[in-house]
Design a protein around this ligand. Structure first.
Ligand SMILES: [Zn+2]
Length: 79
């Protein structure tokens, strides 16, 4: 009986370890805030109108490739 309990305990521990390993190895691991923090230094751009810094994917761009914080400043143009 004791041997069966030990085998079950080992199997449960192994299953938990495999689940934990798979979760931390997936690209979706962690919160969105943690992912954003990791990408931030390479993706920040300044608005050509008001100078505010924002993540590159959130910026708007004009025909010359200048970045803006939003549609309003893109229409207003560089200052
Ligand atoms: Zn702006």
């Amino acid at each position: 009986m004791l041997r069966v309990l030990i085998i079950v305990a080992v199997l449960v521990a192994l299953a938990l370890w495999m689940l934990k390993g798979r979760r931390s190895g997936s690209p979706d691991a962690g919160s969105g805030a943690a992912r954003r923090r990791g990408n931030e230094p390479a993706t920040m751009v300044a608005c050509a109108h008001c100078g505010v810094h924002l993540p590159r994917p959130d910026a708007s761009y004009d025909a010359e490739g200048r970045s803006y914080c939003g549609e309003t400043h893109r229409v207003a143009g560089p200052r």
